[in-house]
Design a protein around this ligand. Structure first.
Ligand SMILES: Nc1ncnc2c1ncn2[C@@H]1O[C@H](COP(=O)(O)OP(=O)(O)O)[C@@H](O)[C@H]1O
Ligand SMILES: [Mg+2]
Length: 377
């Protein structure tokens, strides 16, 4: 299938519903749900209604783990249960939530934001590693826990995942899709799963389960498992969000990653939002940026003003201030240029502020609130 616009997106002719009305999608973006569509009808109209597996990628260091955590919190409202899953074994989630290292076990790590009338929801966390996922898989399908343990002891796991890196990936994506589909008493256990995924450079391969495994297993349970995983990943229930900062390299990686997913064999994987992270407020009005960057600051006038204000070495101060303003304007123009490049990808975009005093739980809630205000969750 081709990537579709999320149901309930404001550009589909119904006008902005429950959003602050920022322009997040370029005109002409394909694939709006028709006016009669009942998809996405809920108490809160969000851009990713119907998506249950949120894969968060981006260039390393741009804030994948932080943004995935904030998204999980943002989704955990109205009594919803959200699983936040880490697949690279770095204990990044535990760090973000300031909790002890997490085991291979789902446990509650936070509650979502309380929202006026709505009750909050719960965020569970899981650090998934391929070995534990394989043991669990063997047990689930073959009752083979002991065999699995022996395999581990003899290092067969290392061997298998070394010769077939695709197997490693399918075990991890398989764990995510299992959590997405899991039911208890006829009801889904999780309303959403958020995956803190590998960086952009590896995301295509990571999600391209079938072709990675096909060399390994043409028939049989591994193949069936891979096919199920692949189906979920290519369905409208999955979206891949890209985290970036407004710098050239991360933006380029995001754009390349988006193009890669769109061109993926087997019909593409739904591209989600572009999460623009660590955004600093503009110090100058947009209208003045170019002039200031071009050196329009009148040092002489500035010095007179500073002198009138009774400030010491006003000439030197004015020169420093002018230089700083010019640098700032140049940097801001660069960021505006990166924004323009991101806009060309024609995906919804969300701004996440730079939290200047470091990310703690309060900071995460601020990021979660920003995502909710902009309709990402
Ligand atoms: N919006 C933000 N404001 C301030 N610091 C941030 C923000 N997002 C991420 N960070 C910080 O940037 C660093 C990298 O973030 P992290 O989520 O670990 O990135 P990644 O998972 O992509 O490597 C961390 O120190 C994190 O606290
Ligand atoms: Mg990380």
């Amino acid at each position: 299938m081709t990537p579709r616009a999320p149901a309930g997106a404001p550009e589909c002719g119904q006008g902005p519903a429950g959003r602050k009305g920022r322009d997040t999608r370029a005109p002409g973006d394909p694939g709006c749900a028709g006016p009669d569509s009942l998809q996405g009808v809920s108490t809160r109209d969000t851009d990713w209604e119907g998506v249950r597996l949120h894969v968060v990628t981006g260039k390393g260091g741009t804030g994948k783990t932080t943004v995935a955590s904030a998204l999980a919190l943002a989704l955990a409202s109205g009594g919803k249960r959200v699983l936040l899953m880490e697949v690279e074994g770095r204990q990044g989630i535990a760090q973000v939530f300031d909790s002890p290292p997490l085991p291979y076990e789902e446990r509650k790590i936070a509650v979502g934001p309380a929202d006026n009338a709505e009750p909050s929801g719960d965020v569970y966390a899981l650090v998934a590693d391929p070995e534990s996922a394989l043991l669990e898989y063997l047990e689930m399908f073959y009752n083979l826990r002991h065999a699995g343990r022996a395999l581990t002891r003899f290092g067969v796991m290392d061997f298998a995942t070394t010769i077939a890196p695709g197997l490693r990936d399918v075990l991890l994506t398989g764990k995510a899709t299992e959590a997405v589909r899991r039911k208890k008493g006829g009801k889904l256990v999780y309303d959403a799963v958020v995956m803190d995924a590998p960086p952009t450079g590896r995301i295509g391969r990571f999600l391209n389960v079938t072709s990675e495994v096909s060399g390994l297993a043409r028939v049989g349970p591994i193949r069936n498992h891979a096919d199920t995983v692949q189906k979920v990943i290519h369905s409208p229930e999955t979206a891949v969000h890209f985290v970036t900062t407004l710098e050239e390299m991360p933006v380029q990686e995001a754009l390349d990653g988006i193009a890669e997913l769109r061109d993926m064999p087997g019909g593409g994987i739904q591209v989600g939002g572009i999460m623009i992270n660590m955004v600093r407020p503009l110090e100058l009005p947009r209208s003045q940026l170019r002039d200031v960057a071009a050196g329009s600051v009148d040092e002489h006038e500035l010095a007179i003003g500073l002198k009138a204000a009774g400030l010491g070495d006003s000439v030197r101060l004015a020169a420093d201030l002018a230089a700083e303003l010019t640098d700032e304007a140049v940097a801001a123009i660069g960021q505006e240029e990166e924004r323009r490049r991101l806009a060309e990808a024609a995906q919804p975009r969300y701004d996440l502020p730079m939290i200047t005093d470091g990310i703690d739980l309060a900071g995460l809630y601020r990021l979660a609130a920003a995502l909710r205000d902009q309709g990402a969750a």
